[in-house]
Design a protein around this ligand. Sequence first.
Ligand SMILES: *[C@@H]1O[C@H](CO)[C@@H](O)[C@H](O)[C@H]1NC(C)=O
Ligand SMILES: *[C@@H]1O[C@H](CO)[C@@H](O)[C@H](O)[C@H]1NC(C)=O
Ligand SMILES: *[C@@H]1O[C@H](CO)[C@@H](O)[C@H](O)[C@H]1NC(C)=O
Ligand SMILES: *[C@@H]1O[C@H](CO)[C@@H](O)[C@H](O)[C@H]1NC(C)=O
Ligand SMILES: *[C@@H]1O[C@H](CO)[C@@H](O)[C@H](O)[C@H]1NC(C)=O
Ligand SMILES: *[C@@H]1O[C@H](CO)[C@@H](O)[C@H](O)[C@H]1NC(C)=O
Ligand SMILES: *[C@@H]1O[C@H](CO)[C@@H](O)[C@H](O)[C@H]1NC(C)=O
Ligand SMILES: *[C@@H]1O[C@H](CO)[C@@H](O)[C@H](O)[C@H]1NC(C)=O
Ligand SMILES: *[C@@H]1O[C@H](CO)[C@@H](O)[C@H](O)[C@H]1NC(C)=O
Ligand SMILES: *[C@@H]1O[C@H](CO)[C@@H](O)[C@H](O)[C@H]1NC(C)=O
Length: 784
Amino acid sequence: MRISLNILAFLLLILHQSNGQITPNLSIGSTFTAGNNVSLLSSSEDFAFGFYPLSASLYLVGIWFNKIQERTLIWSANRDSPAETGSTISLTSGGQLVLNYANGSIQPIYNGAARWGFIQDDGNFVLSDSSLRKVWESFNSPTDTLLPGQIMLPTGKLYSNSNSGGNSKYSRGKFMLEMQADGKLVLSAYHFADTGYWLSSENPQGNSEVNLVFNQRNASLYLVKGTNNNTFFSFPWNVPNPVEDYYHRATLDSFGNFQQYAYHKTNGSNWIRVGKIPSEPCMVNAVCGAYGLCSSNDNETVNCDCLPSYVFLDPSNPTNGCHPETMINFCADISTGNFTIAAIKDSDMPYKEVGDYEIYPDVDEEGCKKVVMEDCYAMAASLVNRTCYKKRTPILNARKTSMTKGSISFIKVPSNSATDGISTKKKSNTRAHLTAGLITSSSLAVLFGALAFYYHPAPRRLVRPEWNPNSSRIGINFREFTYKELHEITNGFSKQLGKGASAKVYFGNLKLKDVQVEIAVKRMEDVAEPREKVFMTELKIIGRTHHKNLVKLLGFCIEDNHFLLVYELMKNGALSDFLFKEEMLPIWSHRTEMALGIARGLLYLHEECDSPIIHCDIKPQNVLLDSKYNAKISDFGLSKLLKKDQTRTDTCARGTVGYLAPEWLKNAPITPKVDIFSFGVMLLEITCGRRHIELSRVEEEREDEEGDDLLLVNWVTGCVRSGRIDKLARSDPEVLNDIKRLERFVKVGLWCVHPDPTLRPSMKMVMQMLEGTIEVGVPPMLDQ
Ligand SMILES: *[C@@H]1O[C@H](CO)[C@@H](O)[C@H](O)[C@H]1NC(C)=O
Ligand SMILES: *[C@@H]1O[C@H](CO)[C@@H](O)[C@H](O)[C@H]1NC(C)=O
Ligand SMILES: *[C@@H]1O[C@H](CO)[C@@H](O)[C@H](O)[C@H]1NC(C)=O
Ligand SMILES: *[C@@H]1O[C@H](CO)[C@@H](O)[C@H](O)[C@H]1NC(C)=O
Ligand SMILES: *[C@@H]1O[C@H](CO)[C@@H](O)[C@H](O)[C@H]1NC(C)=O
Ligand SMILES: *[C@@H]1O[C@H](CO)[C@@H](O)[C@H](O)[C@H]1NC(C)=O
Ligand SMILES: *[C@@H]1O[C@H](CO)[C@@H](O)[C@H](O)[C@H]1NC(C)=O
Ligand SMILES: *[C@@H]1O[C@H](CO)[C@@H](O)[C@H](O)[C@H]1NC(C)=O
Ligand SMILES: *[C@@H]1O[C@H](CO)[C@@H](O)[C@H](O)[C@H]1NC(C)=O
Ligand SMILES: *[C@@H]1O[C@H](CO)[C@@H](O)[C@H](O)[C@H]1NC(C)=O
């Protein structure tokens, strides 16, 4: 009897372990490894912490419901970069909690000095010091989910999962729930200048210190004013009883809905929804992307279509939005009048504060239609309760909901966009072209560049004559490498510096006689046609340039299917890595020097080369910093070389949302002024140390400002208009001591972002204004 009991215990133990149910606490020196099925369990075993399997070989460090079938993930430390089998989590001897990727990268999760780590029964993973005081908890840095007992403090945020399929299912998506410092709880499509599609009611007791509470006892969600525990808003949702028989969670889903769920602990087979906001799925802003149209038959699922004459950017992913099927310049004389106006009944395109550029009260259908027909720049308008709203592009939030009954949307449709065989073919070409543009512009910061080697006296081989005859067309004497050479130089492409959708960048060490040069090798990924085009464009354009504020090419390699570019290493990476982090923001004198450097580089491209070059994708991600923090423009994959005497072009891949000049979206001709616009946005970012679109609004900035400060441009305009330039300095004494220059820089920035390209200054004028050699006039938008 005793023996069999022991055997039973043994068997239980085996079973237990094979499911990975080992429940030690984490202590100094503890490590566990992805792929070993080992995790930390809470004492009830309801929750587990460890490596959550994403696929056969990829894992997220996370917390999940351990007892229910689907092991719902509720928190993750590395949602955007899954770890491979063999990666480890460990509590180091110094007490830091780190994720060691199998490839050698290290991601700190907690950087202080902890002694113990354990998962509580409420799903909170806690690190404590030797006297068991909490030093860190996962509850304070949620990802997309809140659990009972969790409180979201002011400025706390949830970000939805992208649900983009495959291994990026849990990566950060496009929606955010923020407990704002002003006391409002807001759901927004944070990528866009979105003021929010759901906002909690005003707090009657004043704004500050409001917390979102997920009550542990009754599983209800409400807002309280922190200082006096006064509840002033509750979600009116009926939680199933008895509360303790259920698991509960509240999650911001990948379609932008904030929903509370319950799951019966013993009998449950799926999560039951308790409540959700907003009430209809198409009330979520930008849920179908730019130029998409959202509808829903059942208030549950989202159907994304394109507006008439627009086609999907990615047909397999309709929520990514659409683009024009054919590019037409309605403002060019010849095609004027060659369009129709499509009307979509019971729909609207609401885009508060940002989206309407003219409003016509008291008009009828015909009147609103006429508004779109007579303005060659207008692409759409909507008629709501006899008021016609002319829309800015890109058109966002086109939708049909119970709220849009009776409203009408009008869309300008080119009359030759009929779908016959030929135009279908054209359509897919356009799509491939645009996709290529998007792939390059969404590349991550690429850490490459060049300078010293270019001037190096070491002998360099000229382009080999036997190389195919087109090489002479590129016409420059940098070096051609063989693939084998580059393989050796980069030690078999072993050290990756950066990665984008179309290219990866590797570290290399080039030996030249007795000197060593550190280089960056950009290797195009296998994306077939666009890769070659981007590669050739970059090679041709960068090969012609020679300026200290542009990255310099050392060589290239084209062999079989390999396309590589060789640059000297830019030690400090991309400007974007410094600009938007408070603790890394370069000091004012460095920032002004960088702005001037970038301006010099652009001036050279526009006015000092043989023929003008439009960069087309100016943004902080494409400005690299060398070891002395000199700024250099990089990434010429989208650039456009104008012929001699040519000042504009109609064909051009487009850059990055946020830095895009409005004429891109109006199909107007593309001139170097598109770079001026992007430079203007970036200049304001560099000057103010803030992103062009930022939703984490600082309370003090809002107090006496009725203007909307979501958009950097609006914030700057508001401060300049009210004579409070000092606010832009954000209490930095160095900036305050140089307030004249600050004023000059922001005014130049505002001139550069003028919607009318002809009113934007040339790069030469920008340079002179920045340097103070000519006066900066009052920017036009301040006159109003
Ligand atoms: C883990 O640590 C906590 C806090 O010290 C303690 O309450 C719990 O019993 C420990 N669990 C195990 C399995 O050691
Ligand atoms: C982990 O668990 C899964 C299923 O529970 C099993 O298929 C796999 O073999 C286990 N792996 C290890 C290393 O124990
Ligand atoms: C290692 O892998 C992670 C996750 O995929 C990635 O973020 C990181 O950049 C990689 N590091 C190196 C040096 O390749
Ligand atoms: C839940 O408990 C809190 C605090 O006791 C209370 O303010 C709130 O009204 C309760 N909610 C419900 C739905 O009972
Ligand atoms: C507010 O609630 C917290 C936690 O429930 C409690 O510790 C605190 O004493 C309360 N404060 C007041 C003023 O009631
Ligand atoms: C759960 O199942 C048990 C037995 O099957 C049943 O007695 C009980 O009523 C069920 N509870 C719920 C909430 O369905
Ligand atoms: C969707 O919900 C709204 C508001 O709750 C309601 O007015 C509308 O009739 C619903 N539509 C459908 C198709 O159920
Ligand atoms: C429509 O406009 C009229 C006045 O122009 C106003 O009285 C009415 O409330 C509005 N209706 C809606 C639904 O906004
Ligand atoms: C207008 O469109 C038609 C095709 O519908 C085309 O044949 C014609 O050339 C266009 N006219 C102008 C002026 O562009
Ligand atoms: C190079 O020239 C060949 C024919 O000489 C041509 O087929 C090919 O498209 C050219 N490649 C480029 C990139 O211009």
